[in-house]
Design a protein around this ligand. Structure first.
Ligand code: GSH
Length: 219
């Protein structure tokens, strides 16, 4: 059996990976890393992930980083869990990859811009935040139009829904408001109802209790 160990941080995008592990019913160990004290930039953690980020998934002793790659890997480890829809052509497979990469390379950086505008300027952060707001406001209607009252892939839940949820939910922990996006809000309710989401939350909470790590500041 493949041995899996997840390094994660409360509230971080590693939540998506944890949800995937839970949905796939895979056994894994885990350790929470404290981003607030810079544990992720400390010598110990940099030995695991030289980029100093979460998530990092150790697979039989080898480290895999980057959410999109980890999620694709977990999908191939347990395809019957349907983290992503079953497809029958290399092109359709590449489209699934494109969706995950879009989440992590387009939407996720906008969320970072909203949560950590100070990383983008030495000056006033208001303009950086305002630009981030414009970018996300342009994307959410596209996502709403595709999801409607279903999921990203129509009637089938997928891990893309969880990644999208993490992005817009995290944006809404700032002054960014989801009020103008009712379809997104009802999608959020459906994502949170899923048993694997709740198990992942409980697992994160247990790690927080064990380590004393707190969720990062919210608005
Ligand atoms: N491209 C990476 C991004 C990972 C990432 O930015 N993780 C954040 C948490 S959401 C992190 O570790 N931040 C710590 C830091 O940048 O100092 C991925 O998709 O896995």
């Amino acid at each position: 059996m493949t041995k899996l160990f997840l390094y994660h941080a409360p509230g971080a995008c590693s939540r998506v990976t944890m949800n995937a592990l839970e949905e796939a019913g895979l056994e894994y160990g885990d350790q929470a890393i404290d981003l607030s004290t810079g544990e992720h930039k400390g010598a110990e953690y940099l030995k695991i992930h030289p980029g100093g980020k979460v998530p990092a998934l150790v697979v039989d002793g080898n480290v895999l980083t980057e959410n999109a790659a980890i999620l694709m890997f977990l999908h191939s480890l347990r395809p019957e869990a349907n983290l992503l829809p079953a497809v029958d052509s290399p092109f359709e497979q590449a489209k699934l990859h494109a969706d995950l990469i879009w989440c992590c390379s387009t939407i996720h950086p906008i969320v970072r811009q909203l949560r950590m505008p100070m990383r983008y300027t030495d000056g006033d952060t208001a303009g950086v935040f305002a630009k981030g707001t414009d970018y996300l406001n342009a994307l959410l209607p596209e996502i709403e139009a595709r999801i409607g009252d279903e999921w990203w892939y129509g009637s089938n839940w997928s891990i893309v829904d969880v990644y999208l949820y993490w992005c817009y939910f995290t944006a809404a922990t700032t002054e960014y408001s989801l009020d103008p996006f009712p379809t997104i809000q009802s999608h959020a309710k459906r994502v949170k109802q899923r048993a694997s989401f709740q198990r992942a939350q409980a697992r994160e909470l247990a790690a927080m209790e064990k380590t004393g790590i707190k969720l990062p500041g919210r608005k």
